[in-house]
Write a protein of this length. Sequence first.
Length: 298
Amino acid sequence: MDSAFVEMDLIARLFAVPLDVADGPSAARVGALAQLPDPLRLGRRMAALYTCWQHRLPDLGSLAAMLLRRIGMGADDALGRCCLDAARAVDAWGGLPYHSAAHHAEVATNAMVLVELADLLGYPVGQRGAAMLLVAGVAHDLHYTTPNGRPRFTAECASAEALDVIAAQAGCSEADRRSLRALVIATEPGLRLRDGGPLGEPMEPSALALLQTARLDPALPRLAEILSDADLLSSVGLTPRWYRVQQARLEAESGRLQQTEESHRFFSSIVGPDFLSPPGRVFSGNLAAIRAFACGAA
């Protein structure tokens, strides 16, 4: 990705098409809804951007720098330094056909789209929360390897530990390092479907044991829901055609074709009935259409 392309405000371009509000809601509600993008058009725009990235992988460091500017955080902040260093580490690693540097670029961008939607919906996460989501999105699968029967949390723990080394070198506080570790651990698929969300109470004992602390920031469960949604959004929240692209990448990574029953299992045991966060649920209609496309409308 060249610098001229990076300097374009990608997220603002994604939000260029306003929602067409039907007659019926109150004037106040219409005013609020009119700020939101149409989810079908937004899904197509995001898929088009990510399709470009399949052909020309973005420089993750440049993308991270642009997204940091978007939320108003400079590289002089420890979280900003951590984000840029993590992006360079992911670029150097490269990854697998699906769990790749491109996947990290998508998830980081998804997270920032969801942050903007949260603001529009009246659920702002604030600058620090946005920065946490950006850092975790950039590096949540760093050094990922295929499961092959490994115990739960193996990949998430490896990624959390790799990010923690980067965060310590960047000068992040102990509290921020704990929060980043918790967010990465919370991307484990099974946590998504538990009552209360990935980091809700009561915490699943096996997850709590890995967080290295019983003192979690009260804001983390909401951030964990957004990150979990961001992780899945570019698979199941954009368009059916893009879902097929992502499925092909997963098949290339696993070395086998995904059968129909596996698609059903993916949607039931990993995705769940809907996105978790309020901004994620903006894409609920997209998810329903993709689920019907992948599993059959019945």
